[in-house]
Ligand binder design. Structure first.
Ligand code: 5AD
Ligand code: SF4
Length: 463
Protein backbone atom coordinates (compact mmCIF):
# COMPACT_ATOMS: atom_id res chain seq x y z
CA UNK A 1 0.00 0.00 0.00
CA UNK A 2 1.30 3.46 -0.80
CA UNK A 3 1.65 5.83 2.16
CA UNK A 4 -1.11 8.44 2.56
CA UNK A 5 -0.60 11.67 0.65
CA UNK A 6 -0.86 14.85 2.66
CA UNK A 7 -3.31 17.62 1.90
CA UNK A 8 -3.24 21.17 3.26
CA UNK A 9 -6.19 23.51 2.61
CA UNK A 10 -6.00 27.20 3.39
CA UNK A 11 -9.49 28.71 3.41
CA UNK A 12 -10.43 32.36 3.26
CA UNK A 13 -13.80 34.05 3.55
CA UNK A 14 -17.24 32.79 4.35
CA UNK A 15 -18.80 29.74 6.01
CA UNK A 16 -19.54 28.33 2.58
CA UNK A 17 -15.78 28.09 2.03
CA UNK A 18 -15.25 26.33 5.38
CA UNK A 19 -17.88 23.82 4.34
CA UNK A 20 -16.47 23.49 0.81
CA UNK A 21 -13.01 22.82 2.27
CA UNK A 22 -14.48 19.86 4.16
CA UNK A 23 -16.15 18.58 1.00
CA UNK A 24 -12.81 18.80 -0.83
CA UNK A 25 -11.20 16.75 1.96
CA UNK A 26 -14.04 14.21 1.58
CA UNK A 27 -13.62 14.14 -2.22
CA UNK A 28 -9.88 13.47 -1.88
CA UNK A 29 -10.02 10.95 0.99
CA UNK A 30 -10.76 8.02 -1.38
CA UNK A 31 -7.59 9.02 -3.28
CA UNK A 32 -5.55 8.39 -0.13
CA UNK A 33 -5.22 12.03 0.99
CA UNK A 34 -5.15 12.91 4.69
CA UNK A 35 -5.12 16.46 6.06
CA UNK A 36 -2.00 18.08 7.44
CA UNK A 37 -1.73 21.37 9.32
CA UNK A 38 1.77 21.90 7.97
CA UNK A 39 2.11 23.40 4.47
CA UNK A 40 5.71 22.29 4.10
CA UNK A 41 4.79 18.59 4.51
CA UNK A 42 1.96 18.69 2.01
CA UNK A 43 1.84 16.79 -1.28
CA UNK A 44 -1.12 18.94 -2.29
CA UNK A 45 -1.87 22.50 -1.18
CA UNK A 46 -5.27 24.02 -1.98
CA UNK A 47 -5.88 27.76 -1.61
CA UNK A 48 -9.63 28.09 -1.11
CA UNK A 49 -10.04 31.73 -2.04
CA UNK A 50 -12.60 34.44 -1.40
CA UNK A 51 -13.34 37.27 -3.82
CA UNK A 52 -15.92 39.25 -1.90
CA UNK A 53 -13.84 42.10 -0.53
CA UNK A 54 -10.51 43.88 -0.93
CA UNK A 55 -7.53 42.90 -3.00
CA UNK A 56 -8.42 39.21 -2.88
CA UNK A 57 -6.54 38.24 -6.00
CA UNK A 58 -3.38 40.10 -4.96
CA UNK A 59 -3.40 38.11 -1.71
CA UNK A 60 -3.64 34.91 -3.73
CA UNK A 61 -0.62 35.82 -5.87
CA UNK A 62 1.53 36.70 -2.87
CA UNK A 63 0.50 33.44 -1.17
CA UNK A 64 1.43 31.60 -4.39
CA UNK A 65 4.84 33.28 -4.27
CA UNK A 66 5.40 31.77 -0.80
CA UNK A 67 4.15 28.39 -1.98
CA UNK A 68 6.63 28.41 -4.85
CA UNK A 69 9.44 28.50 -2.28
CA UNK A 70 7.86 25.62 -0.31
CA UNK A 71 7.38 23.63 -3.52
CA UNK A 72 11.02 24.16 -4.56
CA UNK A 73 12.21 23.02 -1.13
CA UNK A 74 10.05 19.89 -1.40
CA UNK A 75 11.49 19.25 -4.87
CA UNK A 76 15.00 19.57 -3.36
CA UNK A 77 14.05 16.67 -1.06
CA UNK A 78 12.77 14.66 -4.02
CA UNK A 79 9.11 15.31 -3.22
CA UNK A 80 6.49 16.69 -5.58
CA UNK A 81 4.07 19.29 -4.19
CA UNK A 82 0.97 20.02 -6.27
CA UNK A 83 -0.75 23.39 -5.89
CA UNK A 84 -4.42 24.10 -6.58
CA UNK A 85 -6.44 27.32 -6.42
CA UNK A 86 -10.13 26.87 -5.59
CA UNK A 87 -12.97 29.16 -4.52
CA UNK A 88 -14.32 32.40 -5.95
CA UNK A 89 -11.04 33.95 -7.15
CA UNK A 90 -10.45 30.73 -9.11
CA UNK A 91 -13.92 31.10 -10.59
CA UNK A 92 -13.52 34.79 -11.45
CA UNK A 93 -9.91 34.79 -12.66
CA UNK A 94 -9.10 31.20 -13.63
CA UNK A 95 -7.40 31.87 -16.97
CA UNK A 96 -5.45 34.78 -15.51
CA UNK A 97 -4.15 32.59 -12.66
CA UNK A 98 -2.97 29.95 -15.12
CA UNK A 99 -1.21 32.70 -17.14
CA UNK A 100 0.35 34.59 -14.25
CA UNK A 101 1.27 31.79 -11.88
CA UNK A 102 3.11 28.86 -13.48
CA UNK A 103 3.41 27.30 -10.00
CA UNK A 104 -0.31 26.44 -10.08
CA UNK A 105 -1.21 22.92 -11.23
CA UNK A 106 -4.99 23.08 -10.92
CA UNK A 107 -7.60 25.85 -10.92
CA UNK A 108 -11.04 24.69 -9.84
CA UNK A 109 -14.24 26.71 -9.42
CA UNK A 110 -16.71 26.06 -6.56
CA UNK A 111 -19.06 24.07 -8.81
CA UNK A 112 -16.45 21.47 -9.74
CA UNK A 113 -14.95 20.18 -6.48
CA UNK A 114 -16.20 16.66 -7.16
CA UNK A 115 -13.83 16.65 -10.16
CA UNK A 116 -10.71 17.37 -8.10
CA UNK A 117 -9.25 13.83 -8.31
CA UNK A 118 -9.71 13.87 -12.10
CA UNK A 119 -8.19 17.38 -12.41
CA UNK A 120 -5.15 16.40 -10.33
CA UNK A 121 -4.59 13.35 -12.53
CA UNK A 122 -4.98 15.51 -15.63
CA UNK A 123 -2.42 17.97 -14.26
CA UNK A 124 0.00 15.09 -13.62
CA UNK A 125 -0.26 14.11 -17.28
CA UNK A 126 -0.55 17.45 -19.05
CA UNK A 127 1.05 19.89 -16.61
CA UNK A 128 -1.98 22.04 -15.75
CA UNK A 129 -5.76 21.73 -15.47
CA UNK A 130 -8.51 24.35 -15.28
CA UNK A 131 -12.22 23.88 -14.61
CA UNK A 132 -14.49 26.83 -13.93
CA UNK A 133 -17.62 25.86 -15.82
CA UNK A 134 -21.02 25.71 -14.18
CA UNK A 135 -21.76 22.05 -14.94
CA UNK A 136 -25.30 20.82 -15.45
CA UNK A 137 -25.02 18.07 -12.84
CA UNK A 138 -25.60 18.89 -9.18
CA UNK A 139 -22.21 18.79 -7.52
CA UNK A 140 -23.81 17.77 -4.24
CA UNK A 141 -25.25 14.65 -5.81
CA UNK A 142 -21.77 13.49 -6.79
CA UNK A 143 -19.55 14.71 -3.95
CA UNK A 144 -18.50 11.82 -1.67
CA UNK A 145 -20.00 11.84 1.82
CA UNK A 146 -17.71 12.45 4.80
CA UNK A 147 -16.52 9.30 6.57
CA UNK A 148 -17.95 8.77 10.10
CA UNK A 149 -14.58 9.43 11.76
CA UNK A 150 -14.21 12.66 9.74
CA UNK A 151 -17.62 13.82 11.04
CA UNK A 152 -16.68 13.00 14.63
CA UNK A 153 -13.34 14.78 14.34
CA UNK A 154 -15.11 17.94 13.14
CA UNK A 155 -17.12 18.23 16.32
CA UNK A 156 -20.73 18.62 17.30
CA UNK A 157 -21.61 21.60 15.15
CA UNK A 158 -21.74 21.26 11.35
CA UNK A 159 -22.60 23.33 8.31
CA UNK A 160 -24.82 21.95 5.59
CA UNK A 161 -25.20 23.80 2.29
CA UNK A 162 -28.85 23.88 1.28
CA UNK A 163 -28.74 26.60 -1.33
CA UNK A 164 -26.03 28.11 -3.44
CA UNK A 165 -25.73 31.12 -5.71
CA UNK A 166 -27.79 34.27 -5.83
CA UNK A 167 -30.11 36.02 -8.28
CA UNK A 168 -30.31 39.31 -6.40
CA UNK A 169 -27.47 41.19 -8.12
CA UNK A 170 -26.73 43.79 -5.48
CA UNK A 171 -24.55 46.21 -7.43
CA UNK A 172 -21.48 45.81 -5.16
CA UNK A 173 -21.43 42.01 -5.01
CA UNK A 174 -19.53 39.34 -6.97
CA UNK A 175 -21.50 36.37 -5.65
CA UNK A 176 -24.01 36.14 -8.53
CA UNK A 177 -21.03 35.95 -10.90
CA UNK A 178 -18.76 33.60 -8.94
CA UNK A 179 -21.36 31.26 -7.43
CA UNK A 180 -23.83 31.53 -10.26
CA UNK A 181 -27.62 31.39 -10.38
CA UNK A 182 -29.51 30.38 -7.31
CA UNK A 183 -30.10 26.69 -6.84
CA UNK A 184 -31.61 24.72 -3.96
CA UNK A 185 -30.80 21.15 -3.00
CA UNK A 186 -33.70 18.68 -2.73
CA UNK A 187 -35.17 18.18 0.74
CA UNK A 188 -34.48 14.41 0.74
CA UNK A 189 -30.74 14.91 0.13
CA UNK A 190 -30.48 17.42 2.97
CA UNK A 191 -32.43 15.17 5.33
CA UNK A 192 -30.03 12.31 4.50
CA UNK A 193 -26.99 14.51 5.19
CA UNK A 194 -28.38 15.73 8.51
CA UNK A 195 -29.34 12.21 9.63
CA UNK A 196 -25.85 10.99 8.88
CA UNK A 197 -24.29 13.88 10.78
CA UNK A 198 -26.62 13.33 13.75
CA UNK A 199 -25.85 9.60 13.84
CA UNK A 200 -22.19 10.50 14.18
CA UNK A 201 -22.58 12.90 17.06
CA UNK A 202 -23.47 16.23 15.45
CA UNK A 203 -25.99 18.15 17.57
CA UNK A 204 -26.16 21.54 15.86
CA UNK A 205 -26.68 22.23 12.15
CA UNK A 206 -26.23 25.55 10.43
CA UNK A 207 -27.94 25.57 7.05
CA UNK A 208 -25.92 27.74 4.75
CA UNK A 209 -26.48 29.45 1.45
CA UNK A 210 -25.61 32.83 -0.05
CA UNK A 211 -29.31 33.65 0.04
CA UNK A 212 -30.50 30.86 2.30
CA UNK A 213 -34.08 31.98 2.86
CA UNK A 214 -34.67 31.99 -0.91
CA UNK A 215 -34.50 28.19 -0.45
CA UNK A 216 -37.09 26.40 -2.60
CA UNK A 217 -35.85 22.80 -2.89
CA UNK A 218 -37.94 19.92 -4.22
CA UNK A 219 -39.88 18.33 -1.40
CA UNK A 220 -40.84 14.65 -1.12
CA UNK A 221 -44.41 15.65 -2.08
CA UNK A 222 -43.20 16.97 -5.45
CA UNK A 223 -43.65 20.61 -4.41
CA UNK A 224 -41.05 23.27 -3.70
CA UNK A 225 -40.45 23.55 0.04
CA UNK A 226 -39.59 26.81 1.79
CA UNK A 227 -36.76 27.15 4.31
CA UNK A 228 -39.34 27.19 7.15
CA UNK A 229 -40.74 23.83 6.04
CA UNK A 230 -37.28 22.37 5.66
CA UNK A 231 -36.30 23.49 9.15
CA UNK A 232 -39.49 21.95 10.57
CA UNK A 233 -38.58 18.61 8.97
CA UNK A 234 -34.96 18.73 10.18
CA UNK A 235 -36.04 19.49 13.75
CA UNK A 236 -37.65 16.02 13.83
CA UNK A 237 -34.34 14.24 13.29
CA UNK A 238 -33.23 12.52 16.52
CA UNK A 239 -30.08 14.05 17.97
CA UNK A 240 -30.46 17.48 16.36
CA UNK A 241 -30.97 19.96 19.19
CA UNK A 242 -30.12 23.21 17.47
CA UNK A 243 -30.74 24.58 13.99
CA UNK A 244 -29.54 27.82 12.48
CA UNK A 245 -29.47 29.30 8.99
CA UNK A 246 -27.36 31.94 7.29
CA UNK A 247 -27.33 34.30 5.33
CA UNK A 248 -30.81 35.71 4.81
CA UNK A 249 -32.14 38.47 2.58
CA UNK A 250 -34.84 40.74 4.07
CA UNK A 251 -37.06 40.37 0.98
CA UNK A 252 -37.27 36.58 1.28
CA UNK A 253 -38.59 36.34 4.85
CA UNK A 254 -41.90 34.46 4.57
CA UNK A 255 -44.61 33.29 6.97
CA UNK A 256 -43.25 29.71 7.06
CA UNK A 257 -39.95 30.94 8.43
CA UNK A 258 -41.62 33.13 11.05
CA UNK A 259 -43.88 30.22 12.04
CA UNK A 260 -40.80 28.00 12.41
CA UNK A 261 -39.34 30.56 14.83
CA UNK A 262 -42.61 30.67 16.73
CA UNK A 263 -43.03 26.90 17.00
CA UNK A 264 -39.61 25.24 17.08
CA UNK A 265 -37.46 25.45 20.21
CA UNK A 266 -34.61 23.89 18.18
CA UNK A 267 -34.52 26.87 15.79
CA UNK A 268 -32.17 29.31 17.47
CA UNK A 269 -33.46 32.87 18.01
CA UNK A 270 -30.46 34.51 16.39
CA UNK A 271 -30.88 35.82 12.85
CA UNK A 272 -28.20 37.22 10.57
CA UNK A 273 -30.09 39.69 8.39
CA UNK A 274 -27.80 42.01 6.42
CA UNK A 275 -29.16 45.45 5.56
CA UNK A 276 -25.94 47.05 4.21
CA UNK A 277 -27.13 50.66 4.67
CA UNK A 278 -29.82 52.69 6.42
CA UNK A 279 -30.19 55.20 3.57
CA UNK A 280 -32.93 54.60 1.00
CA UNK A 281 -30.92 56.44 -1.64
CA UNK A 282 -27.94 54.14 -1.13
CA UNK A 283 -30.12 51.03 -0.82
CA UNK A 284 -31.59 51.90 -4.24
CA UNK A 285 -28.10 52.42 -5.72
CA UNK A 286 -27.14 49.05 -4.25
CA UNK A 287 -30.15 47.45 -5.96
CA UNK A 288 -31.26 45.99 -2.63
CA UNK A 289 -34.93 46.32 -3.63
CA UNK A 290 -35.98 47.29 -0.10
CA UNK A 291 -36.05 50.48 1.92
CA UNK A 292 -34.87 50.99 5.49
CA UNK A 293 -38.52 50.95 6.59
CA UNK A 294 -39.14 47.66 4.77
CA UNK A 295 -36.23 46.25 6.76
CA UNK A 296 -37.59 47.63 10.05
CA UNK A 297 -40.92 45.94 9.31
CA UNK A 298 -39.20 42.60 8.66
CA UNK A 299 -37.43 42.92 12.02
CA UNK A 300 -40.79 43.65 13.68
CA UNK A 301 -42.34 40.55 12.09
CA UNK A 302 -39.52 38.40 13.47
CA UNK A 303 -39.92 39.97 16.89
CA UNK A 304 -43.67 39.33 16.90
CA UNK A 305 -42.98 35.68 16.03
CA UNK A 306 -40.55 35.35 18.94
CA UNK A 307 -39.52 38.08 21.36
CA UNK A 308 -36.30 36.17 22.07
CA UNK A 309 -34.88 36.80 18.59
CA UNK A 310 -31.69 38.87 18.41
CA UNK A 311 -30.16 40.11 15.17
CA UNK A 312 -26.84 40.58 13.50
CA UNK A 313 -26.20 42.30 10.20
CA UNK A 314 -23.66 43.33 7.56
CA UNK A 315 -22.97 46.95 6.66
CA UNK A 316 -20.99 48.58 3.90
CA UNK A 317 -19.68 52.10 4.52
CA UNK A 318 -18.48 54.40 1.76
CA UNK A 319 -20.57 52.98 -1.07
CA UNK A 320 -20.09 55.33 -4.10
CA UNK A 321 -21.95 58.58 -3.51
CA UNK A 322 -22.57 57.95 0.22
CA UNK A 323 -22.92 61.35 1.94
CA UNK A 324 -22.67 62.15 5.63
CA UNK A 325 -26.44 62.29 5.63
CA UNK A 326 -26.72 58.78 4.16
CA UNK A 327 -24.26 57.51 6.72
CA UNK A 328 -26.22 59.14 9.57
CA UNK A 329 -29.26 57.19 8.39
CA UNK A 330 -27.23 53.99 8.82
CA UNK A 331 -26.24 54.99 12.36
CA UNK A 332 -29.88 55.84 13.12
CA UNK A 333 -31.05 52.45 11.88
CA UNK A 334 -28.44 50.64 14.00
CA UNK A 335 -29.41 52.70 17.05
CA UNK A 336 -33.06 51.86 16.51
CA UNK A 337 -32.72 48.12 15.86
CA UNK A 338 -30.14 47.32 18.55
CA UNK A 339 -27.93 44.48 17.30
CA UNK A 340 -26.30 41.63 19.21
CA UNK A 341 -23.37 42.05 16.82
CA UNK A 342 -22.66 43.03 13.23
CA UNK A 343 -19.97 43.05 10.58
CA UNK A 344 -19.07 46.27 8.86
CA UNK A 345 -16.85 46.73 5.84
CA UNK A 346 -15.44 49.52 3.76
CA UNK A 347 -16.77 49.40 0.24
CA UNK A 348 -14.28 47.90 -2.19
CA UNK A 349 -14.98 47.88 -5.92
CA UNK A 350 -15.23 44.38 -7.36
CA UNK A 351 -14.28 44.21 -11.04
CA UNK A 352 -17.25 43.36 -13.24
CA UNK A 353 -19.92 44.59 -10.80
CA UNK A 354 -22.06 47.65 -11.67
CA UNK A 355 -20.93 49.66 -8.63
CA UNK A 356 -17.29 49.36 -9.71
CA UNK A 357 -18.12 51.78 -12.56
CA UNK A 358 -19.99 54.27 -10.39
CA UNK A 359 -18.34 57.67 -10.00
CA UNK A 360 -18.14 59.53 -6.67
CA UNK A 361 -15.83 57.14 -4.82
CA UNK A 362 -15.81 58.12 -1.15
CA UNK A 363 -12.27 59.17 -0.08
CA UNK A 364 -10.39 56.53 1.91
CA UNK A 365 -10.03 58.77 4.98
CA UNK A 366 -13.79 59.38 5.08
CA UNK A 367 -14.45 55.64 4.80
CA UNK A 368 -12.02 54.95 7.66
CA UNK A 369 -13.66 57.51 9.86
CA UNK A 370 -17.20 56.24 9.13
CA UNK A 371 -16.19 52.64 9.66
CA UNK A 372 -14.73 53.54 13.03
CA UNK A 373 -17.90 55.37 14.15
CA UNK A 374 -20.13 52.52 13.01
CA UNK A 375 -17.97 49.87 14.65
CA UNK A 376 -17.95 51.81 17.90
CA UNK A 377 -21.74 51.87 17.97
CA UNK A 378 -21.98 48.17 17.09
CA UNK A 379 -19.37 47.31 19.77
CA UNK A 380 -21.38 49.19 22.38
CA UNK A 381 -24.51 47.29 21.40
CA UNK A 382 -22.68 43.97 21.45
CA UNK A 383 -21.19 44.67 24.90
CA UNK A 384 -24.59 45.69 26.24
CA UNK A 385 -26.10 42.52 24.81
CA UNK A 386 -23.41 40.35 26.38
CA UNK A 387 -23.59 42.17 29.74
CA UNK A 388 -27.31 41.51 29.87
CA UNK A 389 -26.52 37.79 30.24
CA UNK A 390 -24.73 38.34 33.57
CA UNK A 391 -26.81 37.03 36.46
CA UNK A 392 -29.05 35.04 34.12
CA UNK A 393 -29.31 31.33 33.46
CA UNK A 394 -28.79 30.53 29.80
CA UNK A 395 -28.87 27.29 27.80
CA UNK A 396 -25.46 26.31 26.47
CA UNK A 397 -24.55 23.62 23.95
CA UNK A 398 -21.12 22.34 25.01
CA UNK A 399 -18.65 21.82 22.17
CA UNK A 400 -15.10 21.15 23.31
CA UNK A 401 -12.43 21.37 25.99
CA UNK A 402 -11.26 24.90 26.76
CA UNK A 403 -7.70 26.15 26.99
CA UNK A 404 -7.50 25.86 30.80
CA UNK A 405 -7.46 22.37 32.36
CA UNK A 406 -10.97 21.26 33.35
CA UNK A 407 -12.62 23.98 31.31
CA UNK A 408 -15.35 23.21 28.78
CA UNK A 409 -16.53 25.69 26.14
CA UNK A 410 -19.94 25.93 24.56
CA UNK A 411 -22.21 28.50 23.00
CA UNK A 412 -25.47 30.12 23.92
CA UNK A 413 -28.40 30.45 21.51
CA UNK A 414 -26.76 33.74 20.44
CA UNK A 415 -23.40 32.08 19.71
CA UNK A 416 -21.75 33.70 22.74
CA UNK A 417 -18.79 31.51 23.75
CA UNK A 418 -19.39 30.29 27.31
CA UNK A 419 -16.81 28.74 29.65
CA UNK A 420 -17.50 26.51 32.66
CA UNK A 421 -15.44 24.10 34.78
CA UNK A 422 -16.99 20.67 34.21
CA UNK A 423 -16.20 17.11 33.12
CA UNK A 424 -15.86 16.63 29.38
CA UNK A 425 -18.81 14.21 29.41
CA UNK A 426 -21.02 17.31 29.03
CA UNK A 427 -19.75 17.86 25.46
CA UNK A 428 -22.68 17.48 23.08
CA UNK A 429 -25.28 18.39 25.70
CA UNK A 430 -27.41 21.48 26.20
CA UNK A 431 -27.28 22.52 29.85
CA UNK A 432 -28.32 25.58 31.81
CA UNK A 433 -25.47 27.82 32.91
CA UNK A 434 -25.61 30.57 35.46
CA UNK A 435 -23.53 33.40 34.00
CA UNK A 436 -21.45 35.36 36.52
CA UNK A 437 -19.06 37.41 34.45
CA UNK A 438 -17.81 38.47 31.08
CA UNK A 439 -14.27 38.16 29.75
CA UNK A 440 -13.94 40.09 26.49
CA UNK A 441 -16.56 38.41 24.29
CA UNK A 442 -16.94 35.24 26.39
CA UNK A 443 -19.36 34.46 29.20
CA UNK A 444 -18.02 32.75 32.33
CA UNK A 445 -20.33 30.78 34.58
CA UNK A 446 -21.27 27.58 36.35
CA UNK A 447 -23.52 24.71 35.47
CA UNK A 448 -26.88 25.55 37.00
CA UNK A 449 -27.91 21.96 37.69
CA UNK A 450 -25.91 18.81 38.35
CA UNK A 451 -28.27 16.62 36.36
CA UNK A 452 -27.54 16.59 32.69
CA UNK A 453 -30.20 16.23 30.08
CA UNK A 454 -29.40 13.90 27.19
CA UNK A 455 -29.36 15.64 23.86
CA UNK A 456 -31.98 13.33 22.36
CA UNK A 457 -34.53 14.33 24.96
CA UNK A 458 -34.05 17.94 23.90
CA UNK A 459 -34.52 17.01 20.24
CA UNK A 460 -37.87 15.49 21.02
CA UNK A 461 -39.09 18.97 21.93
CA UNK A 462 -38.11 20.10 18.43
CA UNK A 463 -41.13 19.33 16.31
N1 5AD B 1 -17.28 45.81 -0.65
C1 5AD B 1 -17.43 45.73 0.70
N2 5AD B 1 -18.16 44.82 1.31
C2 5AD B 1 -18.79 43.90 0.55
N3 5AD B 1 -19.59 42.88 0.86
C3 5AD B 1 -19.95 42.25 -0.27
N4 5AD B 1 -19.39 42.85 -1.33
C4 5AD B 1 -18.68 43.90 -0.85
C5 5AD B 1 -17.90 44.91 -1.45
N5 5AD B 1 -17.76 44.99 -2.77
C6 5AD B 1 -20.02 42.57 2.22
C7 5AD B 1 -21.55 42.70 2.35
C8 5AD B 1 -22.00 41.28 2.43
C9 5AD B 1 -20.82 40.63 3.13
C10 5AD B 1 -20.75 39.15 3.01
O1 5AD B 1 -19.70 41.22 2.52
O2 5AD B 1 -21.83 43.41 3.54
O3 5AD B 1 -23.21 41.12 3.15
FE1 SF4 C 1 -24.50 39.39 -2.89
FE2 SF4 C 1 -26.15 38.85 -0.80
FE3 SF4 C 1 -26.81 40.74 -2.65
FE4 SF4 C 1 -26.82 38.14 -3.31
S1 SF4 C 1 -28.18 39.17 -1.78
S2 SF4 C 1 -26.00 39.82 -4.53
S3 SF4 C 1 -25.08 37.36 -2.12
S4 SF4 C 1 -25.07 40.79 -1.18
Amino acid sequence: MSPPRKLHIKSYGCQMNVYDAQRMVDALAPEGFVETANVDDADLVILNTCHIREKASEKVYSELGRLRVARDEAAGQGRRMQIAVAGCVAQAEGEEIIRRAPVVDVVVGPQSYHNLPHLLAKAEQHGRALETEFPIEDKFGVLPQPAPDAIRARGISAFVTVQEGCDKFCTFCVVPYTRGAEMSRPVAAIVEDVKRLAENGVREITLIGQNVNAYHGDGPDGRAWSLGRLVRRLAEIPGIVRLRYSTSHPNDVDEDLLAAHRDLPALMPFVHLPVQSGSDRILAAMNRKHTADDYRRVIDRFRSASAAIAFSSDFIVGFPGETERDFSATLALVAQIGYAGAYSFKYSPRPGTPAADMPEMVPAAVMDERLERLQQLIDQQQSAFNKAAIGRTVEVLFERAGRKPGQIVGRTAYLQPTHVMAPDSIIGQVLPVRVDSLERYSLLGELASATSRPADAMAATGA
